[in-house]
Design a protein around this ligand. Structure first.
Ligand SMILES: [Mg+2]
Length: 317
C-alpha cells in the first residue's frame, strides 16, 4: 500500500482535435509577450473527466460503494465530472447517481444510451442530482431489438431467453437482485441481456444472424447481451466531444476505470486507464502498456486508492 503510483499522463488517444488553440491568430499591439503567456496558461486549464464502470469497479459484490465514499467526496469537492458508465439500465443508474449525489451525465446499457442533465453544457445553469435527464439512444430501440430477436427465434428456434421473456421474479432469481431491483433491470432502452440455453455451435449461428441484422452479442458474466454496434468507448468519445465543444479552452484529461472486457475499449481510449483488481486478485489484460495503473485492491476500495493517488499526483506534478 505504501507503493507510490507513477502516473505518466501520456495521452495514447488524443482529444486535442476537439481543442481550440488558446493562442488566437491575432495579438493586440498593446499586448506584451508576458500577457500572451499568461493568457495561454489560463486558457489551457486542464480538467479531469472520470468515466467509471460500476459492477466490480465502484460497486462491490453487494452493490455497495461505501468503500469509495471518501474519494467520491473529494471528486465532488474538486468539481471533477464523474460519469457512471455501465451495462446497467437507466432506472438502476438513476438511483445510484442520486445515492452518490452526482449531477453528471450517465452512460447506460453499455453505451446504448446517454442521459444528460438538462442544460448541462449551458454556462451558468444550475445543475443538481434532481435536474431532469434528457435521454439519447444510439442504435435501435429496445422494441426493435426484441422484434429482431423474435424473428430470428421463430425462424431458427434459437434457445435465447431475454429479460423481456422473463418475469421480474425470474430475473431476480438469476441476478440475485430483489424483485423491485429486478424490475429496474427489466426497464430497458437499447439492449437485451439473457441466457443462452443451447450449444456453442448453435450460438455461433445465432451471433452470425445477429450481425447480419446489425446487432452483436457481448458476453458479460452469465448473461449474453444483445446490443447495437456501440460500446462504452464510443459513447464516452461522443460525450467527451460535447465537453470539448462546450469548453474549447479546456484541455480534458480522460481517466477511465473498469474491471472487465466490456471496459477494455474505454480504458484503451482514455488518457489514463485504471484497471480494478478482480476478486481473484487478477487484472484484466489491456493492449496498452503506457498510462495504466492497476488497483491494489478489488472493487470500490481499490477504486478509491487509485483516485486518491491520482488526485495527489495532480497536486504535485
Ligand atoms: Mg464491471
Amino acid at each position: 500500500m505504501s507503493r507510490r503510483f507513477r502516473v505518466p499522463f501520456i495521452a495514447t488517444w488524443s482529444w486535442h482535435k476537439y481543442c481550440v488553440s488558446p493562442v488566437k491568430a491575432h495579438a493586440g499591439a498593446a499586448e506584451t509577450q508576458l500577457m500572451g503567456i499568461a493568457r495561454r496558461a489560463v486558457a489551457m486549464r486542464t480538467q479531469l473527466l472520470i468515466f467509471t464502470d460500476l459492477d466490480g469497479t465502484l460497486l462491490d459484490e453487494r452493490y455497495s460503494f461505501d468503500a469509495a465514499q471518501d474519494a467520491l467526496a473529494e471528486i465532488r469537492a474538486r468539481g471533477i465530472p464523474l460519469i457512471l458508465t455501465s451495462s446497467k439500465t437507466l432506472a438502476e443508474m438513476r438511483l445510484l447517481r442520486r445515492a452518490m449525489n452526482l449531477e453528471h451525465p450517465l452512460i447506460f446499457e453499455n453505451g446504448a444510451g446517454l442521459a444528460l442533465p438538462e442544460n448541462y453544457f449551458r454556462s451558468g445553469a444550475e445543475i443538481g442530482p434532481e435536474t431532469p435527464l434528457r435521454v439519447e439512444h444510439f442504435g435501435p430501440t429496445y422494441a426493435e431489438i426484441r422484434s429482431t430477436l423474435n424473428r430470428l427465434r421463430e425462424r431458427r428456434g434459437f434457445p435465447f431467453r431475454g429479460f423481456g421473456d422473463m418475469s421480474a421474479r425470474e430475473v431476480a432469481a438469476l441476478t440475485g437482485l430483489d424483485e423491485i431491483a429486478a424490475q429496474r433491470a427489466r426497464q430497458r432502452h437499447g439492449s437485451e441481456p439473457g441466457v443462452w440455453e443451447g450449444s456453442e455451435a448453435i450460438r455461433r449461428d445465432f451471433v452470425a444472424e445477429l450481425e447480419r441484422a446489425g446487432l452483436r452479442a457481448v458476453s458479460g458474466g452469465r448473461f449474453l447481451h444483445i446490443m447495437p454496434r456501440v460500446d462504452k468507448a464510443e459513447t464516452m468519445r461522443e460525450l467527451v466531444g460535447r465537453f470539448a465543444a462546450a469548453q474549447p479552452d479546456v484541455r480534458f484529461r480522460i481517466i477511465a476505470a473498469g474491471d472487465s472486457p466490456n471496459d477494455a475499449e474505454m480504458l484503451q481510449l482514455a488518457d489514463l486507464a485504471v484497471v480494478i483488481q478482480r476478486p481473484d486478485a487478477s487484472w484484466m489484460p489491456l493492449k496498452r502498456r503506457e498510462g495504466v495503473i492497476r488497483s491494489p485492491l478489488p472493487g470500490p476500495a481499490g477504486w478509491q486508492a487509485c483516485i486518491h493517488r491520482l488526485l495527489e499526483e495532480q497536486e504535485t506534478p
